[in-house]
Design a protein around this ligand. Structure first.
Ligand code: PGA
Ligand code: ZN
Length: 424
C-alpha cells in the first residue's frame, strides 16, 4: 500500500528538466524513478508533457507533469492498493485516458512506474532485475558503446548518429567493458594524433569533424587494432545512423556533410556495401520511420547478414511492433522505456518480440540521468545487448557500474551473452 507519493522537477544530462517520482509504502520501503528524454524521437512515441512556458527553461519545464503526480494522481492513489506492477500501470493508463499518454505525460507516468518497481523490490528485499522478471539464470549483456557521435547528438559534420563498438569476445561483462574502455581511450589518442577534436557528444562518444562518414569507421577499426584486438573476432561494430532525421520528401539527405541526397534503393545498397567492407553486426534505423516499404526491402536484402533494429519505426509500441512483424520489418526491436511509458508495456513489447523470434536491444536516451533501471532491465529480459553510451559521462557509466554489481551478485546464475546474441 502506498503511503506517500512525491513528484519533482529535476534535471537530465543536457541540463533540461525531467520528472522524478518518489514513493513510500506503508511498510516504510522507498523508491525513486526518473524519466529520460530523447532528441531524435520517433513520431509515434508517447508524449512528454512539457510546460511550454517560454519564461522557464525555454518552455521545457515539467511543472505540469509534476503537478499531475502531486495532485491528481496523489489524491486518487492514496485510497487504493496495488499488489503488482501491472495493476498500477494499467490504472495509470486508464487515468490518463489518452492513446499516447499526453494528458498526464509519459514522463510523469514512467517515473511513477519505475518508482513503483523499485519500491516493490525494496519491500520484497530482492534486486530490481528479479522484481522485473524472476528467473533462475540471467544473461549479462554485450555493451554496445557509442564511441563516435554525430547526427543530432553532436555539432560536427558526421551525418550518422551513432558508431558503436561491441566487445563480444570476452568471458564476462567485466572484461567486455575493459576491452571497450581500452578502445575508447586508444581512439582518443588516435584522434588527437590526427589533429582532430576530442570533445564528446551527448552520449559520451567523440564528436570530431571528419572527412566522411566512412572515416569514422576507419578510425574506430584502427583504434580496435591499436588497442590489441581483432576487429570482427573480438570487437564488432553496431550502427545507429538514425536516418529518420535525414528523410525528406522520399529521399535521404546528407545534410551535415555533403548535402547529397540518395533514394531508398541507394541507401540499402550503401548498407550492403558497408556490411561487406566492415565488421558490422547490427544496424539500427538504417531507413526512416516512414519508409515502411523500404524497410521491407531492406529486411529481405540484409536480414540474414545483420541485426536490423527498429527504433523510430516501432517506438517500443506493442501495436506497431505487431504490425511490423506481420509485414516483415526488421528482425530486432529497440526498447526504450519512455517511448511507451510504463514498465508493463515495455515488458509486453519484449515478450511480443521474443515470441516472434525478434531480438530486443535495450537502450538509454540521449538525455539521461543517474537512474540505472535499464541496466536491471537488460538483465531481467535476457536481451543480451544494451546501448547506454560511450566510455565516459557518469549518466552513461552509472549503467555500466550497475551491471558490474549485478554480474558480481549473480555469480554462476549469470553468463555473458557474447557474439551469439546478435541476430543474423
Ligand atoms: P534519442 O537517441 O534518445 O535522442 O532518441 C537514441 C536513438 O536514436 O537510439
Ligand atoms: Zn535510434
Amino acid at each position: 500500500k502506498i503511503k506517500k507519493i512525491i513528484g519533482r522537477e529535476i534535471l537530465d544530462s543536457r541540463g533540461n528538466p525531467t520528472v522524478e517520482a518518489e514513493l513510500e509504502f506503508e511498510d516504510g520501503s522507498r523508491g525513486r524513478g526518473i524519466s529520460p528524454s530523447g532528441a531524435s524521437t520517433g513520431e509515434k512515441e508517447a508524449v512528454e508533457l512539457r510546460d511550454e512556458d517560454p519564461k522557464r527553461y525555454g518552455g521545457k519545464g515539467v511543472e505540469k507533469a509534476v503537478a499531475g503526480i502531486n495532485k491528481e494522481i496523489a489524491n486518487a492513489i492514496i485510497s487504493l492498493d496495488f499488489n503488482d506492477q501491472k495493476s498500477l500501470d494499467n490504472w495509470l493508463i486508464e487515468l490518463d485516458s489518452t492513446e499516447n499518454k499526453s494528458r498526464l505525460g509519459a514522463n510523469a507516468i514512467l517515473a511513477l512506474s519505475i518508482a513503483f518497481s523499485r519500491t516493490m523490490s525494496v519491500s520484497k528485499n530482492i534486486p530490481l532485475y528479479r522484481q522485473l522478471v524472476d528467473r533462475e539464470k540471467y544473461i549479462m549483456p554485450v555493451p554496445c558503446m557509442n564511441v563516435i557521435n554525430g547526427g543530432r547528438h553532436a555539432d560536427n559534420n558526421v551525418d550518422f548518429q551513432e558508431f558503436m563498438i561491441a566487445p563480444h569476445h570476452a568471458p564476462s561483462f567485466k572484461e567486455s567493458i575493459r576491452m571497450g574502455e581500452e578502445v575508447f581511450h586508444t581512439l582518443k589518442t588516435l584522434l588527437k594524433s590526427k589533429g582532430y577534436y576530442t570533445g564528446v557528444g551527448d552520449e559520451g562518444g567523440f564528436a570530431p569533424n571528419l572527412k566522411s562518414n566512412e572515416e569514422a569507421m576507419e578510425i574506430i577499426l584502427e583504434a580496435i587494432h591499436k588497442a590489441g584486438y581483432a576487429p570482427g573476432d573480438d570487437i564488432s561494430i553496431c550502427l545507429d545512423p538514425a536516418t529518420s532525421e535525414m528523410w525528406q520528401d522520399g529521399k535521404y539527405i546528407f545534410y551535415k556533410s555533403s548535402q547529397k541526397s540518395i533514394n531508398t534503393e541507394e541507401m540499402i545498397m550503401m548498407w550492403d556495401k558497408w556490411i561487406k567492407q566492415y565488421p558490422i553486426v547490427l544496424l539500427e534505423d538504417g531507413l526512416g520511420e516512414n519508409d515502411w516499404h523500404g524497410w521491407k526491402e531492406m529486411t529481405a536484402a540484409l536480414g540474414k547478414k545483420v541485426e536490423l533494429v527498429g527504433d523510430d519505426i516501432f517506438c517500443t509500441n506493442p501495436k506497431i511492433i505487431a504490425d511490423g512483424i506481420k509485414k516483415g520489418i526488421g528482425n530486432s526491436v529497440l526498447i526504450k522505456l519512455n517511448q511507451i511509458g510504463t514498465i508493463t508495456e515495455t515488458l509486453e513489447a519484449v515478450q511480443l518480440a521474443n515470441d516472434n523470434n525478434y531480438n530486443c536491444f535495450i537502450s538509454h536516451r540521449s538525455g539521461e540521468t543517474e537512474d540505472t533501471t535499464i541496466a536491471d532491465l537488460v538483465v531481467a529480459t535476457n536481451a543480451g545487448h544494451i546501448k547506454t553510451g560511450s566510455g565516459c559521462r557518469s549518466e552513461r557509466i552509472s549503467k555500466f557500474n550497475q551491471l558490474l554489481r549485478i554480474e558480481e551478485e549473480l555469480g554462476t546464475a549469470g553468463s555473458f551473452a557474447g557474439f551469439k546474441t546478435f541476430k543474423r
